[in-house]
Design a protein around this ligand. Structure first.
Ligand code: ARG
Length: 475
């Protein structure tokens, strides 16, 4: 007996004390704990435990009575954890799995140790985490649906208001403000598909994979998966221990959502500036300056743009953790949860703020209409006029460029050049040219599915409302 009994005692409260002579270094023990964050997985851990208790009855490990006692104890743990957060705060548990086992032993005595028969924390943590991702996808989809709803409602409310469409931040062609709002809605609609893809990769249950080789007990993996709400059991026990693709997929979906939010934010920050003045910032989502009394700042949008990096950084964090890991479970994998929790919380908060800010924003119709009436936006119309009169497009483009330059040289707009001047550049110009340069006809021109013609945008609003209703049913 070389090990002092006192030292041996120190390890006996761990999940793995047997082969150790000495207790772990206290600083290291604290360093390797994950309970401060993985306690968030407790509801999923308890759900898995309930199903595993049943599996142990089928495998002949637990009697029916022992299973009942175990389930009652699990219920008590769930209730106490919900009502008494201090219980968790005070626990010295290593992780959420250790916490539950310790609590079971507290309630059941030695029977509490039986539940961990035939299973490993490696599969438990992967199962809990997959369940977390599946639930989180539902929460994010609900928040995303509310934002899409705000954009579509706003698009419907402002139907008919023109604005300058831009590329390279230069006036390009007139579009409807509703078309612009629906463009953002379209990006967020696509995000719902990426979320669904992440939920689908998460939808396989690792339980029964053991530590890496599979479970030595006679358990029905298909039944366990079904009872836990999974579509299927995972196909390979070694892969099940290593696989965090579902977390990457979710982080990627969140990163794209955040990137879309950042683009929306940048547009709104610009549009709210004095130079644009296209929108009126809502008081509820803006703040003032402590020095300059006139200021109303687009803080909500700036913070949304600013927080995007946190979400995309989480994806990089997990990719970096996974890069270079060998197959199977490695303790590095404990680093998988915090970036996902953080990105999820951040994305849901961002979506909620964006939905509120979009709904409360008002358009400045006069400013948008004035900007959209810049004749430069009608140069494409001028070229199309020449094309309708028989000019090849390349030549029509060239001639229009020349009259734009001539107008610039003489300090006017090409739409104001007299007919005689225009005819010096091409005999195809006639008196009806000026009618072709109306904002309304430019807007009505792109009359194709997905174009900005008012009738098409009205159709797009109706279609978006239908898709939204389908999403709302899922949420
Ligand atoms: N706390 C661990 C984690 O989050 C649980 C799995 C521990 N497994 C192990 N073999 N040490 O990854």
């Amino acid at each position: 007996m070389s090990a002092a009994p006192k030292e041996k005692e120190k390890t006996s409260d761990k999940l793995w004390g047997g082969r150790f002579d000495r207790a772990p270094d206290e600083v290291f023990y604290q360093f390797q704990r994950s309970f401060s964050f993985d306690r968030r997985l407790l509801p999923f851990e308890l759900a898995v435990d309930r199903v595993w208790a049943g599996a142990l009855v089928s495998a002949g490990i637990l009697s029916i009575e022992e299973m009942r006692d175990t389930l009652t104890a699990l219920d008590k743990i769930a209730e106490r954890a919900a009502n008494e957060p201090a219980w968790l705060d005070a626990s010295p548990a290593e992780d959420v799995h250790h916490f539950v086992e310790t609590a079971l032993v507290e309630y059941l005595g030695p029977l509490g140790f039986k539940l961990h028969t035939g299973r490993s924390r490696n599969e438990l943590v992967a199962t809990d985490f997959r369940m977390f991702v599946k639930q989180s996808v539902r929460e994010t989809r609900a928040a995303l649906t509310r934002l899409i709803g705000a954009l579509v409602t706003q698009a419907e409310r402002v139907l008919g208001i023109p604005m300058p469409g831009m590329t390279h931040m230069q006036h390009a062609q007139p579009i409807l403000f509703s078309h612009f709002l629906l463009a953002h809605a379209e990006a967020f609609f696509r995000d719902t598909e990426r979320l669904a893809a992440a939920a689908a990769t998460a939808d396989a249950c690792p339980m029964g994979s053991g530590a890496l080789a599979g479970c030595a007990l006679d358990v029905d993996r298909g039944a366990i998966a079904r009872e836990l709400g999974f579509a299927r059991p995972t196909a390979n026990s070694l892969d099940a221990a290593s696989d965090r693709d579902f977390a990457l997929d979710y982080l990627y979906a969140l990163s794209v959502i955040a990137t879309h939010l950042s683009r929306l934010a940048e547009d709104f920050v610009l549009f709210a500036s004095q130079e644009f003045g296209f929108i009126v910032l809502p008081d509820e989502f803006s703040t003032g300056s402590s020095l300059m009394p006139q200021k109303k700042n687009p803080d909500a949008w700036e913070l949304l743009r600013g927080k995007t990096g946190r979400v995309t950084a989480s994806l990089h964090t997990l990719l970096t953790t996974l890069k270079g890991l060998p197959s199977s479970y490695q303790r590095d994998l404990q680093e998988d949860k915090e970036p996902v929790f953080a990105a999820h919380d951040q994305a849901v908060a961002m979506l909620t703020i964006a939905a509120g800010a979009v709904a409360a924003t008002r358009p400045n119709e006069a400013r948008m209409r004035a900007a959209a009436s810049d004749p430069a936006l009608l140069a494409t119309e001028a070229a199309h006029y020449l094309v309708r009169r028989g000019a090849p497009f390349r030549q029509a483009h060239e001639i229009t460029g020349q009259i734009v330059r001539e107008a610039e040289r003489t300090g006017t707009s090409f739409a104001a050049l007299p007919l005689e001047t225009l005819q010096k550049f091409s005999p195809l110009f006639a008196a009806d040219f000026y009618d072709a340069l109306k904002l309304e006809s430019a807007l009505a021109g792109p009359d194709v599915q997905g174009g900005t013609a008012p009738a098409r945008v009205r159709e797009a609003v109706a279609a978006a409302n239908l898709r939204l209703a389908a999403l709302e049913q899922k949420s």
